[in-house]
Design a protein around this ligand. Structure first.
Ligand SMILES: C[S@@+](CC[C@H](N)C(=O)[O-])C[C@H]1O[C@@H](n2cnc3c(N)ncnc32)[C@H](O)[C@@H]1O
Length: 225
Protein backbone atom coordinates (compact mmCIF):
# COMPACT_ATOMS: atom_id res chain seq x y z
CA UNK A 1 0.00 0.00 0.00
CA UNK A 2 1.54 3.30 -1.11
CA UNK A 3 0.09 6.44 0.43
CA UNK A 4 -0.30 9.86 -1.18
CA UNK A 5 1.43 12.88 0.41
CA UNK A 6 -1.58 13.74 2.61
CA UNK A 7 -1.91 10.36 4.34
CA UNK A 8 1.89 9.97 4.34
CA UNK A 9 2.23 13.20 6.34
CA UNK A 10 -0.34 11.88 8.84
CA UNK A 11 1.49 8.55 9.09
CA UNK A 12 4.76 10.40 9.76
CA UNK A 13 3.22 11.86 12.95
CA UNK A 14 2.50 8.36 14.39
CA UNK A 15 5.07 6.90 16.77
CA UNK A 16 5.99 3.25 16.08
CA UNK A 17 4.07 0.78 18.28
CA UNK A 18 1.07 3.06 18.82
CA UNK A 19 -2.48 1.72 18.85
CA UNK A 20 -4.21 4.00 16.38
CA UNK A 21 -7.89 4.79 16.03
CA UNK A 22 -8.84 5.94 12.51
CA UNK A 23 -12.19 7.72 12.42
CA UNK A 24 -13.95 7.76 9.04
CA UNK A 25 -11.52 5.27 7.53
CA UNK A 26 -13.31 4.96 4.14
CA UNK A 27 -10.93 2.74 2.07
CA UNK A 28 -8.87 1.84 5.21
CA UNK A 29 -5.65 2.84 3.40
CA UNK A 30 -4.06 4.39 6.50
CA UNK A 31 -4.75 1.42 8.84
CA UNK A 32 -3.49 -1.07 6.22
CA UNK A 33 -0.32 0.99 5.70
CA UNK A 34 0.35 1.27 9.45
CA UNK A 35 -0.07 -2.48 9.99
CA UNK A 36 1.86 -3.57 6.88
CA UNK A 37 4.79 -1.26 7.69
CA UNK A 38 4.89 -2.61 11.26
CA UNK A 39 4.14 0.85 12.67
CA UNK A 40 1.01 -0.32 14.54
CA UNK A 41 0.23 -3.74 15.98
CA UNK A 42 -3.42 -2.83 16.19
CA UNK A 43 -5.64 -0.24 14.53
CA UNK A 44 -9.30 0.38 15.31
CA UNK A 45 -11.04 1.87 12.28
CA UNK A 46 -14.53 3.32 12.30
CA UNK A 47 -16.85 4.26 9.48
CA UNK A 48 -20.35 5.75 9.58
CA UNK A 49 -21.58 4.62 6.15
CA UNK A 50 -22.16 1.04 5.07
CA UNK A 51 -20.73 1.56 1.53
CA UNK A 52 -17.27 2.72 2.70
CA UNK A 53 -17.46 0.17 5.57
CA UNK A 54 -17.79 -2.66 3.01
CA UNK A 55 -14.98 -1.13 0.92
CA UNK A 56 -12.76 -0.96 4.01
CA UNK A 57 -13.50 -4.58 4.94
CA UNK A 58 -12.73 -5.76 1.37
CA UNK A 59 -9.36 -3.95 1.41
CA UNK A 60 -8.51 -5.21 4.92
CA UNK A 61 -9.09 -8.81 3.70
CA UNK A 62 -7.23 -8.19 0.42
CA UNK A 63 -4.12 -7.11 2.35
CA UNK A 64 -4.50 -9.88 4.99
CA UNK A 65 -4.91 -7.46 7.92
CA UNK A 66 -8.08 -8.98 9.50
CA UNK A 67 -6.26 -9.88 12.74
CA UNK A 68 -4.79 -6.43 13.20
CA UNK A 69 -7.53 -4.02 12.12
CA UNK A 70 -10.71 -3.91 14.18
CA UNK A 71 -13.32 -2.32 11.87
CA UNK A 72 -16.39 -0.85 13.60
CA UNK A 73 -19.54 0.66 12.09
CA UNK A 74 -20.68 3.82 13.88
CA UNK A 75 -20.42 7.57 14.20
CA UNK A 76 -17.24 9.37 15.19
CA UNK A 77 -15.67 8.26 18.47
CA UNK A 78 -18.88 6.66 19.74
CA UNK A 79 -17.75 3.09 18.91
CA UNK A 80 -14.52 3.68 20.93
CA UNK A 81 -14.12 3.43 24.72
CA UNK A 82 -11.81 5.83 26.59
CA UNK A 83 -8.28 4.38 26.71
CA UNK A 84 -8.71 1.99 23.76
CA UNK A 85 -6.09 3.78 21.64
CA UNK A 86 -2.98 5.95 21.92
CA UNK A 87 -3.58 8.17 18.90
CA UNK A 88 -6.77 9.14 17.08
CA UNK A 89 -6.74 10.23 13.43
CA UNK A 90 -9.71 12.19 12.08
CA UNK A 91 -8.85 13.04 8.50
CA UNK A 92 -10.39 14.00 5.20
CA UNK A 93 -13.51 15.71 6.62
CA UNK A 94 -14.66 19.27 7.17
CA UNK A 95 -13.65 20.99 10.42
CA UNK A 96 -17.28 21.31 11.53
CA UNK A 97 -17.65 17.52 11.41
CA UNK A 98 -14.34 17.05 13.28
CA UNK A 99 -15.42 19.52 15.99
CA UNK A 100 -18.71 17.65 16.38
CA UNK A 101 -16.97 14.27 16.64
CA UNK A 102 -14.65 15.54 19.40
CA UNK A 103 -17.36 17.52 21.24
CA UNK A 104 -19.81 14.63 21.51
CA UNK A 105 -17.18 12.22 22.93
CA UNK A 106 -14.96 14.41 25.11
CA UNK A 107 -14.04 11.67 27.60
CA UNK A 108 -12.77 9.43 24.79
CA UNK A 109 -11.16 12.30 22.85
CA UNK A 110 -9.28 13.47 25.95
CA UNK A 111 -7.99 9.95 26.67
CA UNK A 112 -5.68 9.91 23.60
CA UNK A 113 -2.04 10.95 23.84
CA UNK A 114 -2.69 12.96 20.71
CA UNK A 115 -5.27 13.69 18.05
CA UNK A 116 -4.09 13.98 14.45
CA UNK A 117 -6.61 16.10 12.61
CA UNK A 118 -6.70 16.84 8.90
CA UNK A 119 -9.57 19.22 8.11
CA UNK A 120 -10.43 19.74 4.44
CA UNK A 121 -11.93 23.21 5.08
CA UNK A 122 -12.68 25.70 7.88
CA UNK A 123 -9.28 25.06 9.50
CA UNK A 124 -9.55 28.28 11.55
CA UNK A 125 -12.81 27.07 13.11
CA UNK A 126 -11.13 23.86 14.22
CA UNK A 127 -8.20 25.78 15.77
CA UNK A 128 -10.55 28.14 17.55
CA UNK A 129 -12.47 25.19 18.99
CA UNK A 130 -9.31 23.36 20.09
CA UNK A 131 -7.72 26.40 21.73
CA UNK A 132 -10.96 27.44 23.44
CA UNK A 133 -11.76 23.92 24.64
CA UNK A 134 -8.36 23.54 26.33
CA UNK A 135 -6.50 21.48 23.74
CA UNK A 136 -2.88 22.29 23.05
CA UNK A 137 -1.80 22.37 19.40
CA UNK A 138 1.54 20.56 19.54
CA UNK A 139 2.36 20.25 15.85
CA UNK A 140 1.15 21.49 12.48
CA UNK A 141 2.22 20.84 8.93
CA UNK A 142 1.26 21.37 5.32
CA UNK A 143 1.67 19.16 2.30
CA UNK A 144 0.67 19.28 -1.32
CA UNK A 145 -1.00 16.50 -3.27
CA UNK A 146 -2.42 16.75 -6.80
CA UNK A 147 -1.98 20.54 -6.74
CA UNK A 148 -3.93 21.01 -3.50
CA UNK A 149 -2.62 22.04 -0.09
CA UNK A 150 -3.55 20.01 3.00
CA UNK A 151 -3.09 21.05 6.63
CA UNK A 152 -2.47 18.60 9.46
CA UNK A 153 -3.06 19.71 13.06
CA UNK A 154 -1.85 17.64 16.01
CA UNK A 155 -3.47 18.38 19.38
CA UNK A 156 -3.62 16.98 22.88
CA UNK A 157 -5.59 17.75 25.99
CA UNK A 158 -3.88 20.49 27.95
CA UNK A 159 -4.83 23.64 29.76
CA UNK A 160 -6.41 26.65 28.12
CA UNK A 161 -3.80 29.28 27.25
CA UNK A 162 -4.02 32.74 25.72
CA UNK A 163 -4.06 32.83 21.93
CA UNK A 164 -4.32 35.50 19.25
CA UNK A 165 -5.80 35.89 15.78
CA UNK A 166 -2.71 34.52 14.01
CA UNK A 167 -2.89 31.38 16.18
CA UNK A 168 -6.39 30.80 14.83
CA UNK A 169 -5.85 31.88 11.21
CA UNK A 170 -2.44 30.34 10.64
CA UNK A 171 -1.76 28.18 13.70
CA UNK A 172 0.47 28.50 16.78
CA UNK A 173 3.05 26.06 15.36
CA UNK A 174 2.71 26.84 11.64
CA UNK A 175 3.25 30.58 12.20
CA UNK A 176 6.79 29.86 13.39
CA UNK A 177 7.64 26.92 11.13
CA UNK A 178 9.79 27.59 8.09
CA UNK A 179 9.59 25.39 5.01
CA UNK A 180 9.10 26.02 1.31
CA UNK A 181 5.68 24.32 1.24
CA UNK A 182 4.44 26.42 4.19
CA UNK A 183 5.73 29.59 2.49
CA UNK A 184 3.95 28.61 -0.76
CA UNK A 185 0.78 27.78 1.16
CA UNK A 186 0.65 31.15 2.96
CA UNK A 187 1.38 32.96 -0.31
CA UNK A 188 -1.42 31.00 -1.99
CA UNK A 189 -3.81 32.08 0.81
CA UNK A 190 -2.67 35.72 0.46
CA UNK A 191 -3.39 35.71 -3.29
CA UNK A 192 -6.79 34.08 -2.72
CA UNK A 193 -7.74 36.60 -0.04
CA UNK A 194 -6.57 39.55 -2.18
CA UNK A 195 -8.91 38.34 -4.96
CA UNK A 196 -11.78 38.02 -2.49
CA UNK A 197 -11.17 41.56 -1.17
CA UNK A 198 -11.01 42.92 -4.73
CA UNK A 199 -14.36 41.23 -5.47
CA UNK A 200 -15.91 42.63 -2.27
CA UNK A 201 -14.70 46.14 -3.14
CA UNK A 202 -16.02 45.93 -6.70
CA UNK A 203 -19.41 44.73 -5.48
CA UNK A 204 -19.34 47.48 -2.82
CA UNK A 205 -19.92 45.00 0.00
CA UNK A 206 -20.15 46.14 3.62
CA UNK A 207 -17.13 48.06 4.97
CA UNK A 208 -17.05 45.87 8.09
CA UNK A 209 -16.64 42.68 6.03
CA UNK A 210 -13.90 44.23 3.87
CA UNK A 211 -12.04 45.49 6.95
CA UNK A 212 -12.27 42.04 8.55
CA UNK A 213 -10.80 40.39 5.44
CA UNK A 214 -8.04 43.03 5.29
CA UNK A 215 -7.16 42.24 8.90
CA UNK A 216 -6.87 38.55 7.95
CA UNK A 217 -4.68 39.53 5.00
CA UNK A 218 -2.37 41.57 7.26
CA UNK A 219 -2.11 38.61 9.64
CA UNK A 220 -1.06 36.29 6.80
CA UNK A 221 1.47 38.80 5.48
CA UNK A 222 2.91 39.24 8.98
CA UNK A 223 3.71 35.50 9.13
CA UNK A 224 5.93 35.46 6.03
CA UNK A 225 7.48 38.88 6.52
C1 LIG B 1 -13.22 11.71 2.44
S1 LIG B 1 -13.23 10.32 3.43
C2 LIG B 1 -11.64 10.36 4.19
C3 LIG B 1 -11.12 8.99 4.41
C4 LIG B 1 -9.82 8.91 5.17
N1 LIG B 1 -10.01 9.28 6.57
C5 LIG B 1 -8.77 9.78 4.53
O1 LIG B 1 -8.41 10.82 5.12
O2 LIG B 1 -8.32 9.47 3.42
C6 LIG B 1 -14.29 10.72 4.79
C7 LIG B 1 -14.90 9.47 5.40
O3 LIG B 1 -15.37 9.80 6.69
C8 LIG B 1 -16.61 9.17 6.88
N2 LIG B 1 -17.31 9.92 7.95
C9 LIG B 1 -17.84 11.16 7.88
N3 LIG B 1 -18.36 11.50 9.07
C10 LIG B 1 -18.14 10.46 9.92
C11 LIG B 1 -18.45 10.20 11.28
N4 LIG B 1 -19.11 11.09 12.03
N5 LIG B 1 -18.07 9.03 11.82
C12 LIG B 1 -17.40 8.10 11.08
N6 LIG B 1 -17.10 8.27 9.77
C13 LIG B 1 -17.47 9.45 9.19
C14 LIG B 1 -17.27 9.24 5.51
O4 LIG B 1 -18.31 8.29 5.38
C15 LIG B 1 -16.07 8.95 4.60
O5 LIG B 1 -15.92 7.59 4.37
Amino acid sequence: MKLGNRLQLIASKIEKGSTVVDIGTDHAHLPIYLVNKGLSKKVIATEILSGPFEKAWKNIKKFGCQNYIDLRLGSGLKPIKPGEGDIAVIAGMGAINIVQIISESRETADSFKKLILQPMRNQAKLREFLLTAGYQIIDEDVTMEANKFYEVIVAKKGIRKAFDEIDILVGPVLRNKKSSVIYEYINYRIRKLENIIRGLEISQSGKKLILEQKKHLDALKEVIR
